[in-house]
Design a protein around this ligand. Structure first.
Ligand code: NAD
Length: 251
């Protein structure tokens, strides 16, 4: 229970990767703050399971991020995980989708970090973990906003890592390839339309073809990595981008 006494905020933790990270951190005793959308009964069930609180807020709006940080209180561990995707050719990319993807996947992380860091500095310890993506290191067609936001998130993280290197606070990215979550499932119809493919072709020839292992990453794998980054053994991992993509970005 090496995280007993530590408080962890995981954004977008009502589903997918964020929920798996919350479960991992809780398993080592962290007090967990959940965020994200969902059915009230489902969220209440997660709060009971994890002995957690849930703070609502739309993180694509600065006011929502500020409300989340006020409700979460002082956090020792900040996991910026909330994210969204939009798939479209660049010339018809809806401008409001561009704004939303950049706001949620990049600007919200800037805001949570700037608001969380003063307490971490006072406490003399902190861990910032960004759930980035293989798309923070490489691009794919039709994902202009997402690729731009994730590359930006990787740059933001390296900058924070350098600024806080003497404060016992680390900042790192975890960059998964394709993880089977609602975010991935929901982009299949638009990808089918953008590429003129069947569902099976999208899964095999667009998604798994990128991963030399030909397997999806599991949300629990991401949880285990987040837990490791919070451990003392990871104290010198700072400003890193930890790929978990079956070899995608090695190619
Ligand atoms: P998901 O759709 O299962 O979960 C997203 C979470 O974010 C949910 O809890 C949702 O309620 C929350 N959320 C969405 N919009 C929000 C908003 N405006 N305000 C507050 N919360 C909001 O997605 P996931 O696959 O678990 O993705 C989590 C992170 O992992 C994202 O940043 C995503 O880019 C990244 N990622 C996912 C994959 C993948 O293959 N699934 C791959 C690489 C990176």
């Amino acid at each position: 229970m090496f995280l007993k006494g530590k408080r962890a905020l995981i954004t977008g933790s009502t589903s997918g990767i964020g929920l798996a990270v919350a479960r991992s951190l809780r398993s080592e005793g962290a007090e967990v703050v959940l965020s994200g959308f969902g059915e009230p009964a489902v969220i209440a069930g997660l709060c009971a399971e994890l002995d957690a609180i849930h703070v609502p807020g739309d993180l694509s709006q600065r006011a929502g991020v500020e409300a989340l940080m006020a409700g979460a209180g002082d956090v020792d561990i900040l996991v910026n995980n909330a994210g969204m995707q939009h798939v479209s050719p660049i010339e018809s990319f809806p401008v409001e989708k561009w704004d939303q993807v950049i706001a949620l996947n990049l600007t919200a992380a800037f805001d949570t970090c700037r608001l969380a860091i003063p307490y971490m500095k006072r406490a003399g310890w902190g861990r910032i973990i960004q759930v980035a993506s293989a798309h923070s290191l490489t691009a794919s067609p039709f994902k202009a906003a997402y690729v731009a936001a994730k590359h930006g998130l990787a740059g933001l993280t390296k900058t924070i890592a350098l600024e806080l290197a003497r404060d016992n606070i680390t900042a790192n990215c975890i960059s998964p390839g394709y993880v089977w979550t609602p975010l991935v499932e929901n982009q299949i119809p638009d990808t089918m339309a953008a590429r003129g493919m069947t569902r099976e072709q999208v899964i095999e020839d667009v998604m798994l073809v990128r991963q030399p292992t030909r397997q999806f990453v599991q949300p629990s794998d991401l949880g285990a990595m987040a837990l490791f980054l919070c451990s003392d053994a990871a104290a010198q991992i700072n400003g890193a981008n930890m790929s978990m993509d079956g070899g995608w970005t090695a190619e």
